[in-house]
Design a protein around this ligand. Sequence first.
Ligand SMILES: Cc1cc2nc3c(=O)[nH]c(=O)nc-3n(C[C@H](O)[C@H](O)[C@H](O)COP(=O)(O)O)c2cc1C
Length: 167
Amino acid sequence: MTDLAGDVVRLGLLLTLLAFGLWIGGASVAAWVGWEKGRDPIAWFVVAFFLSPLVALIAHDLRFWENLPRMFHNPEAINWFRDKGAHTEITAFRNGTLQGAYYLLALRAVGLDCGAMSGFDNAKVDAAFFPDGRWKSNFLVNIGYGSGKGMAPRNPRLSFEESCRIL
Ligand SMILES: Cc1cc2nc3c(=O)[nH]c(=O)nc-3n(C[C@H](O)[C@H](O)[C@H](O)COP(=O)(O)O)c2cc1C
């Protein structure tokens, strides 16, 4: 890994775990897979397009419940998710997504630029990086220091009234 790659992964992961290490975070861990250009021939052409020096692949562990006996105070918790099919899958996906969001915040908090991306072929990525099927990719994060050149203006955000409902 380059210095940047090592720093980013270590710093981002550390901040994520320290600042946002909720129970769910411990239960469903996102994978931080540093990928440097040229290291793997997988056709991540979309990544090359962004020319970022490092890519983190956010993924979730479908067997996260195996960690629960040492991550949660209630020894029964493992039974809430072991062999529970879709319930376990959606829980892993939800919690891995949250971990990925925290990771984005952590990266930006330490001054790095990052852009999340979906829209790639998850099945191909999973076959390349997680062939045993236990981990599932969610989205990737292009990381670096943006030049700011050729950038479109930041897109608008919905107002509070448009995006929130007082129930
Ligand atoms: C999970 C996730 C996936 C995204 N996937 C894409 C994508 O595939 N293509 C794209 O143009 N933008 C995608 N975006 C949006 C860009 O990452 C976003 O516009 C960019 O980070 C700009 O920064 P901003 O959010 O600070 O405005 C995605 C965002 C998130 C959170």
